[in-house]
Ligand binder design. Structure first.
Ligand code: DQA
Length: 143
């Protein structure tokens, strides 16, 4: 049973609401986090959120997560497309991770269509705006 989950937001996601609003929307990360936590609590799940612009901090957080959480939702931002170190961390921790993206990464620049973390995640959700996180939460609760 999934009881406690961690949501990791990677680089530049602290600028949600300001950053390319045509792609990522007008709402900020606090609004997103509040809604994720509200939905998680409604399902009886405790949810923590974490944002970092630094690869090593994300890796450290994934390592910590292995002893604390039953699942992870991760938007690794641009690291998605090239960080073998984050991929290896996800692979190492053995708790289910779901990859999310706000935008439809397959419909944008060609480099975004490749995810090096997808093969070590249980699944990937992309293109539903903030809804990608809510769908990932639902998927984790139903696992
Ligand atoms: C993103 C997509 C990535 O390609 C990009 O680098 C991001 C955000 C998304 O949520 O759509 O920073 O992960």
């Amino acid at each position: 049973m999934i009881k406690r989950i961690l949501v990791i937001h990677g680089p530049n996601l602290n600028l949600l609401g300001e950053r390319e609003p045509d792609v990522y929307g007008d709402n900020n990360i606090d609004t997103l986090n509040a809604e994720i936590i509200r939905r998680a609590e409604k399902s009886g799940i405790q949810c923590d959120v974490f944002q970092s612009n630094h690869e090593g901090e994300i890796i450290d957080k994934l390592h910590e997560a292995r002893k604390i959480y039953d699942g992870v939702i991760i938007n690794a931002g641009a690291y998605t497309h090239y960080s073998y170190a984050i991929r290896d961390a996800i692979s190492a921790i053995k708790i289910p991770c779901i990859e999310v993206h706000i935008s439809n990464v397959d419909a944008r620049d060609s480099f975004r269509a490749n995810s090096v973390i997808a093969p070590v995640c249980v699944g990937s959700i992309s293109g539903f705006g903030f809804g990608s996180y809510y769908l990932a939460l639902q998927a984790l609760t139903e696992m």
